[in-house]
Design a protein. Structure first.
Length: 371
């Protein structure tokens, strides 16, 4: 019994099933030519032409073999066999179409290998499709090398596996295709388990504002000002808030509050600043208004005394695991940026390495922040 029907990408797998079946019934000779058809007509002892009695027997068996082969073909492949009357003819056209070296066919398969995408398929289904293309190339003796296999496989996994792909590609020695596959299947199980354990509510929402005209600091010493706000939205409890004012502030007038609109106190002193009713509608604007203008230098350096760290490059992270919470990083213009993963970072310094844990991977953020 044949469980896999022949398609354009699984000739070797199909052949591996069909050949033993034909061989076990002494029928392989009908397709490889070692049991050729006998003459249809023979001359009798009375010098008359008559049908060779062996021919109908051979023809019946040959039709049975061709029927068996046709039943193992997918609909797209079955169309390739129309017009052929003998099992060997069908066998040869399949061999010619899917196994003989053909430059256009090989180029087509390599293009499919380079552009294949997992989409919504499981890793198992995606690997099966990918392996089918590899087998088709192998049948034509056009197998890509191991590095190409691994690279194209990783490129087709999709955004959910970006961190996994980066961790494989940034190794000192790229693993082979057989080595990557079990790691990939294991990573899929990890993602599935993490989704099952996904928390029901949001634990942390981070509001922050940065732009090229705002504060600057070097080596952990501030120049200018900074405004950060952190709110725990799952229980509506206040987190921490820090606002560093610029040196030599003006003593002429106090600015109007950007949260409640009153003019008798500054925004940083407003007792509504941690009230969710106000934050939900005005937090980004308030943060943007609190920006300190400093045109001197727009470079950023790590502040080792801070508590929130993020990067946009998965290659910077180690010990990475997916993040399935609903938290967002909100920048000064109010745009929410998604957190995809959490990991660790080692920052080399002249006196040693600084190890940061709980670093957020925010792919859409424009620069690396150590806040």
């Amino acid at each position: 019994m044949v469980f896999v029907k022949l398609s354009s990408h699984n000739y070797l797998l199909w052949k591996k099933q069909v050949v033993p079946i034909l061989g076990s019934h002494n029928l392989l000779g009908y397709v490889d030519g070692t049991i050729p058809p006998p003459q249809r007509m023979i001359t009798s002892q009375y010098s008359r032409e008559e049908i060779n009695p062996e021919f109908p027997k051979w023809e019946t068996t040959d039709q049975m073999v061709m029927s068996l082969i046709n039943n193992t073909l997918s609909e797209e492949v079955l169309g390739e066999t129309i017009g052929f009357a003998k099992s060997k003819e069908v066998w040869d056209v399949l061999l010619e179409t899917y196994a003989r070296p053909s430059k256009p066919r090989a180029l087509q398969l390599r293009h499919e290998l380079q552009t294949i995408q997992r989409g919504s398929d499981s890793i198992k289904d995606f690997l099966q499709k990918f392996k089918g293309i590899l087998d088709s190339l192998a049948a034509m003796d056009q197998s890509p090398d191991e590095e190409e296999k691994v690279y194209w496989l990783l490129q087709g996994l999709g955004p959910e596996y970006d961190v996994f792909a980066t961790s494989m590609l940034t190794r000192d020695f790229l693993p082979s295709y057989p080595q990557v596959v079990p790691h990939l299947l294991s990573h899929e199980l990890h993602l599935q388990a993490a989704k099952m354990n996904k928390p029901s509510g949001s634990d942390v929402v981070i509001f922050m504002q940065r732009d090229s005209s705002s504060n600057n600091f070097r080596g952990g010493r501030f120049r200018g000002g900074r405004s950060n706000q952190w709110v725990n939205s799952s229980n509506q409890q206040q987190g921490s808030y820090n606002h560093v004012r610029p040196q030599n502030p003006s003593n002429d007038t106090r600015p109007s509050c950007k949260i409640c609109g009153r003019r008798n106190h500054a925004t940083s002193d407003c007792y509504h600043q941690h009230d969710p009713a106000y934050q939900n509608s005005s937090t980004p604007q308030a943060l943007a208004a609190m920006t300190i203008n400093d045109r001197r230098n727009s470079s950023w350096y790590p502040d080792t005394g801070a508590t929130v760290h993020m990067t946009n490059n998965p290659g910077n992270l180690t010990h990475v695991h997916p993040y399935f919470g609903s938290d967002k990083v909100i920048v000064g213009n109010g745009a929410p940026l998604s957190i995809s993963h959490v990991g660790s970072v080692n920052i080399p310094t002249p006196t040693g390495n600084i190890h940061l844990r709980g670093v957020l991977l925010v792919p859409e953020i424009q620069r690396i922040y150590f806040l």
